[in-house]
Structures are given as structure tokens and as C-alpha cells.
Design a protein around this ligand. Structure first.
Ligand code: ADP
Ligand code: ADP
Ligand code: MG
Length: 665
């Protein structure tokens, strides 16, 4: 076994690899960019090497710098994690040339599976069923459009170098083919530096089921059962589970055998995933699934497999890379219980899942799972860490394991509702709602499930009654004094001479409200705003708060941060800005008639012009950021007074669109 390895990655996966290495007594070397100088993975490693500026292209993708760091630190092997250099065969060769071990498959295996078109041709030859479509060399519009017509609409255009759902467009009608092709190519070019595509039949009612495989250098290959990753948005996985709901023995046998066949066809070594698409128009059927692609690395969702097999896949990767045979034979690998993983992201479901950035000023995960389930949280950040614009905005993976699918799913929902994050908008409430979706609960999943119910799933949570009042109490700072055990503190607010009124300002949804809070006695307060007043009682219940009053019964937890107050209730987060009373132009600082860039990026397309009247929700422009295209829509009706130019690079916070002042808005 190795005595020291370098981890060429960041975030949760770097942290997760370090944990296993430590358990096995292997020393770890982290690498980091400027933005990650004080990141969790750096803190946990035995040693850390700075490899460059924040953009991944100048740090985590700099193969030569990483190899140099490994040599200098005395590491014998490099674990690439996922993403970044994990599926780059040139990197594998460079690592090996430097006399180091790449913890992963051979460069040849990666090359064989690296491009979806070549991989499909190879699998076809090996007798593995592949998705019908065109995966040849021709790339011009006329040929591809003809092929699409032959395949039959709807079709899916896919970047052959694609990954993470990028560079993919579903086309329902021949008239839209040219535009979809251009857009898929643009995204593929900027994400993968390769704009070649293939065209596939779009499967009517698809389920994404993948098989975890493992090979070693001694010719052995096994599978670790399947994962179902059908809950997707824009072809990206949202919640994954193992085993697949409704899986039959016949289907499992057919699928796992095809996966092992695929692995053997390329003499696969290490951890890999063979992804299949199944058409479930008639339920799961052993003759209705096809090979999509093979991911020649550890997958983001590998923890669900670890939970149901009780195995540590990173340990297996290390053993195989060190030349050991696979730790177990196929017959000794067993499936137990059910596991789910939800990907918690800094992104805004209400605004088309726009990635967000920010400092996680408050961060708390559930501490244990509900019932007899087990909880695992794989996070790459701590409270106070920033979600930087340079990388994937993942905050954590919430993973649960239960004896049955229903207990595990209930535990997932509970863990998500207990998640408290302030400082950035997140998809936690969306994930919690999804975990309660009826079809999902019934195991009736397909890749269209989220999209069909997207409005209900992304509708902003209703503020429970009393939320604003509770926020005002927390913002006033009186709470700490009134509830304090320190008698002097309590007395300071509780005056026998007169009920002192403390002014509080709360900013929410572009408006600032003024309220006054008066202490009436221990736990008792009066809140006034606009000549109305309300008497409430506030009790502490452990970490939580209970606010009662006329028509109010609210249980919540609260976080007071530098930016304001965030309340967590009913699985949702409600943020209120608390404007600095000394700041004069507070209304100008609130967003309203200006639409600003939520993150740095470049303007790919501008769809409206100055003077245009636009409707709420109308797409105004396409911003490319974090290697994805994001449509920016009008937040309300209005008239465009100013708009950025196509091709412009924007910094975060820069004005994209300015709306005309129409008097009272
Ligand atoms: P798939 O390619 O089938 O969607 P995964 O869901 O496992 O497989 O991974 C999604 C992709 O997103 C990865 O291939 C990787 O390129 C990218 N990705 C996600 N998170 C990160 C991260 N923290 N660092 C680098 N890349 C990431
Ligand atoms: P990536 O490398 O981005 O993961 P995949 O080929 O694995 O690309 O496809 C990603 C997702 O897109 C799949 O999980 C599936 O939901 C959907 N998808 C892919 N191919 C098809 C298809 N032919 N028909 C319907 N959906 C598809
Ligand atoms: Mg895939």
C-alpha cells in the first residue's frame, strides 16, 4: 500500500478521500488554489501545496504543477477525485511518466470510453445494447438533420465529450434542430473544448440506472449493484438511490452482466460506472435498456453504493491502484437496505436554479437520522466558508440509509428539513419537497418527474404567520437580553418606568419595513408597525424558538449573521436583511429596477432591446457562467432602459438590465 498520496481535487470529494486515507494510515497531500487557501480539504490534509490562482484552468487543471507538487511532497500516487483531471488520459500518462501511480483506470481505458460516440461503437461490438442513434464521424448540419429525421423525433443532441449533462439538447421538431445544434455546440465547445456531437433517439419514458463496476490488474471484474439516478434536472442528477426501485432479479441480472461485459471489454481497472437508460413505458424490462456511457472514475453518487454494500469504494480504489486484487469476489458482495443521496447546492430554484455564491455565515446539518436510519453528510465546506464562483456550487451531499426504501426516504426528508444555511440561497427546500413527492415515494420515477412538477417543487415557500415578527424580535437583539439568565441583562430591557420601544428595520423582497419592538415582561413583547400592534410571547425550546400570539403559532430556529436574520421553519429558510441604521441610502442599495449579474460570466445572447416592454418571466438574455448557459428572465413587467451587449464579460453585481422608472414601482 502507498504511504503518501496527493489528492488532485477540492471540496467534498477531496475531504472524503482524505478520510479514507487517514483510516488506512496513508499520508495525504492536498493541493489548493488562491480561493481555497483556507478550505476544509487543506486543513484536513497532512500537507498542502499551493498550485495557482483561483480559476480551475490555472490551478486544479494544471497537470504539470500537480505532478511537480506530488514529486516534491514525496507522494507515490495521485487520486484525481471526479471532474477536473479524473478522465484525462494525457494526465494519466504524464503521472505515469513521472514514476507515480494514477489511482484510476489506464489511459487506454479512459480513451476508449472518453468520447461517447467511440464508446458506443465499442460497446456495440462487445454485444452491449446501445441507445439507437447516429454516432458516426459526420458533423455537418445537413447530415445530422437527416440522421435525426431517420432516427425519428424527438431526438437528443449530445456532446460526444459531454459530462454533467452539459452540451445536451432535446429536439422535438425538425424546425428547431439547427438552433438546438448550435446551442449544444456552443456549450460543448466552452465546457469541453470539443464541439462534436452525436444524435440519439430520445427515449420516451426514461429511467437512468447505472451499475457500479470495479476491476483490478489481475483480470477480475465485479459489479456492486445498481443506482437509480432518474431524478434529474436538465440532465443533471439531483437525488440518487440504491437499489433501483422496482428492480427485478431478471432485469438486475441483465444489467449487471452487461456492465461487467463492458468493463471486461476494456480490461478495466479501478472504479467505474456503466450508465444505462431504460425505457419504462411498460415498466422495467430486461430487453428495454441501453448503454449510454461509461464514467471512468469515482462518481459523485458513489456513497449510496457504499451505504447498501457496507464497502468503502475509495479504499478499494487505493488497494487496486497499489496492485492488490479486488477485496471481494462477486458472490461475497451483498446488498442491504436502501440508500438515498441528495445534492445540496448553492442555487436558486425559484430563478431557474441559477448558481449562487456567498459566504455560508450559518451552516448546520442534521445531526442524526430519523428512526433507525443512518445519516452521512459529505461536505467540503464549514460555516464561514465561501461558495466561490470558480467551481461547482455544491455545498454537501446528504446521504441516508434505512432498512426499507420508505424509512430511508422519510429520513432524507427530515435531514433536509433540518438543514440550516444562511448566506446563500440553496436548493434545500426544493430537495425536501422532492423527497415528499408522491410519485417518488411510490418509486414511480423517470427523468421527467422533476420537470413535470417543477412549478410546485420550486414555488417559494409561504411564510408562516409570525415569521416577520419573529425576525424583528431576533433583529432587535432584545431576545438575548430578555431571555438571558443574567438578571442585569434582563433588567436592561425590561423597564418598570415605561415600555421602551426599539426600532427595527427589516429588508425583504426589495422593501424595507420599520417595526418597533417593546418588552412587556419576560418572554412577552409588543410589535408595532403602521399603527398596528401585536402582543406575542416567545419561548425557547432548546435551539428552537416558539412564537405564539393572535393567529400565530410558529416553531423556528434563527441565525443572526452579519447580513441580517435568517429563520428556518417548515424546511424553508426566510432571510431578512437588517440594514445598517447608519447607512443613509438604504433604498438605493436594495435591488429593484436593476437586474445584476448573479455571478461573473459572459453574455452569450441578448434577446431584447432598449425600449422593449417586457413581461415578468420573459427571457432577456443568456449568461454563460460556470460553463453553463443560464437564461436571465425579467423579474417583473417593465420597459428596458439599458442592457448589456452580447459578448460582454460581466463581473458579479454588474448591471445586466436597467428598467425604466414607471412612477410607483
Ligand atoms: P455524470 O457525468 O454522469 O453526470 P456525476 O453526476 O458523477 O456524473 O458528475 C457530474 C460531473 O460534474 C462530473 O463529471 C464533474 O465533471 C462535475 N463536477 C461536479 N462536482 C464537481 C466538483 N466539485 N469538482 C469538479 N467537478 C465537478
Ligand atoms: P453526461 O455525460 O452528461 O452524464 P449522459 O449521456 O450520461 O451524459 O446523459 C445524461 C442524462 O441525459 C441521462 O442520465 C438521461 O437522463 C438523459 N439522457 C441521455 N440520453 C438520453 C436519451 N437517449 N433519451 C432520453 N434521455 C437521455
Ligand atoms: Mg452520464
Amino acid at each position: 500500500m502507498f504511504s503518501r498520496i496527493l489528492i488532485a481535487n477540492r471540496g467534498e470529494i477531496a475531504v472524503r478521500i482524505i478520510r479514507t486515507a487517514r483510516r488506512l494510515g496513508i499520508g495525504t497531500v492536498a493541493v489548493y488554489s488562491d480561493a481555497d487557501a483556507d478550505a476544509l480539504h487543506v486543513e484536513l490534509a497532512d500537507e498542502a501545496v499551493h498550485i495557482g490562482p483561483s480559476p480551475a484552468a490555472e490551478s486544479y487543471l494544471k497537470a504539470s504543477r500537480i505532478i511537480k507538487a506530488a514529486k516534491a511532497a514525496g507522494a507515490e500516487a495521485i487520486h484525481p477525485g471526479y471532474g477536473f483531471l479524473s478522465e484525462n488520459p494525457d494526465f494519466v500518462e504524464a503521472v505515469e511518466r513521472a514514476g507515480l501511480v494514477f489511482i484510476g483506470p489506464s489511459a487506454a481505458s479512459i480513451r476508449a470510453m472518453g468520447l461517447k460516440d467511440a464508446a458506443k461503437r465499442l460497446m456495440e461490438k462487445a454485444g452491449v445494447p446501445v441507445v439507437p442513434g447516429y454516432h458516426g464521424e459526420a458533423q455537418d448540419l445537413v447530415v445530422l438533420a437527416t440522421k435525426a429525421r431517420e432516427i425519428g423525433y424527438p431526438v437528443l443532441i449530445k456532446a460526444r465529450a459531454g459530462g454533467g449533462g452539459k452540451g445536451m439538447r432535446r429536439v422535438d421538431h425538425p424546425d428547431d434542430f439547427a438552433e438546438a445544434l448550435a446551442s449544444a455546440r456552443r456549450e460543448a465547445k466552452s465546457a469541453f473544448g470539443d464541439d462534436k456531437v452525436l444524435v440519439e433517439k430520445y427515449i420516451a419514458r426514461p429511467r437512468h440506472i447505472e451499475v457500479q463496476v470495479f476491476g483490478d490488474a489481475h483480470g477480475n471484474a465485479v459489479h456492486l449493484f445498481e443506482r437509480d439516478c432518474s431524478l434529474q434536472r436538465r440532465h443533471q442528477k439531483v437525488i440518487e438511490e440504491a437499489p433501483a426501485p422496482g428492480m427485478t432479479d431478471a432485469m438486475r441480472a441483465a444489467m449487471t452482466q452487461a456492465a461487467v461485459k463492458a468493463a471486461k471489454a476494456i480490461a478495466y481497472r479501478g472504479a467505474g460506472t456503466v450508465e444505462f437508460i431504460a425505457d419504462v413505458s411498460d415498466g422495467l424490462k430486461p430487453d428495454a435498456f441501453w448503454f449510454m456511457e461509461m464514467n471512468t472514475r469515482l462518481q459523485v453518487e458513489h456513497p449510496v453504493t457504499e451505504m447498501v454494500t457496507g464497502l468503502d469504494l475509495v479504499e478499494w480504489q487505493l488497494r487496486v491502484a497499489a496492485g492488490e486484487p479486488l477485496p471481494l469476489k462477486q458472490a461475497d458482495i451483498a446488498l442491504s437496505g436502501h440508500a438515498f443521496e441528495a445534492r445540496l447546492y448553492a442555487e436558486d430554484p425559484a430563478r431557474g436554479f441559477l448558481p449562487a455564491i456567498g459566504t455560508l455565515s450559518h451552516l448546520r446539518f442534521a445531526e442524526k437520522a430519523a428512526g433507525d436510519a443512518t445519516l452521512r453528510v459529505d461536505a467540503g465546506v464549514r460555516e464561514g466558508d465561501a461558495i466561490a464562483p470558480f467551481y461547482d456550487p455544491m455545498i454537501a451531499k446528504i446521504i441516508v440509509h434505512g432498512k426499507s426504501r420508505s424509512t430511508a426516504l422519510a429520513a432524507l426528508g427530515a435531514a433536509l428539513r433540518e438543514t440550516e444555511i444562511a448566506g446563500s440561497v440553496t436548493n434545500a427546500a426544493f430537495l425536501a419537497k422532492l423527497s415528499e413527492h408522491e410519485g417518488f415515494a411510490a418509486g414511480d420515477v423517470d427523468t421527467g418527474l422533476i420537470e413535470r412538477d417543477i412549478d410546485a417543487l420550486t414555488a417559494p415557500a409561504e411564510m408562516p404567520r409570525g415569521t416577520r415578527e419573529l425576525a424583528a424580535l431576533v433583529a432587535s437583539g432584545l431576545l438575548d437580553r430578555a431571555a438571558s439568565d443574567d438578571p442585569w441583562g434582563a433588567i436592561a430591557g425590561y423597564s418598570h418606568f415605561e415600555a421602551l420601544a426599539y426600532p427595527v428595520r427589516l429588508g425583504r423582497d426589495e422593501a424595507v419595513e420599520r417595526l418597533a419592538v417593546a418588552i412587556d415582561g419576560p418572554e412577552r413583547f409588543t410589535l408595532s408597525a403602521d399603527e398596528q400592534s401585536l402582543a406575542v410571547r416567545l419561548r425557547r425550546e432548546g435551539r428552537g424558538l416558539l412564537l405564539t400570539g393572535p393567529g400565530i403559532f410558529l416553531r423556528a430556529t434563527a441565525a443572526r449573521t452579519a447580513e441580517g436574520v435568517t429563520l428556518f421553519a417548515d424546511g424553508a429558510a426566510f432571510h431578512f436583511a437588517v440594514p445598517d441604521p447608519l447607512e443613509r441610502a438604504e433604498t438605493e442599495a436594495l435591488p429593484g429596477e436593476r437586474l445584476t449579474a448573479p455571478m461573473p460570466g459572459s453574455v452569450k445572447q441578448v434577446r431584447v432591446s432598449v425600449g422593449d416592454a417586457v413581461k415578468k418571466g420573459q427571457p432577456l438574455l443568456v449568461l454563460e457562467a460556470m460553463k453553463m448557459e443560464h437564461a436571465i428572465a425579467a423579474p417583473h413587467d417593465g420597459t428596458v432602459e439599458e442592457i448589456v451587449a452580447e459578448g460582454e464579460q460581466v463581473r458579479e453585481g454588474m448591471t445586466l438590465v436597467r428598467f425604466a422608472q414607471d412612477g410607483n414601482s
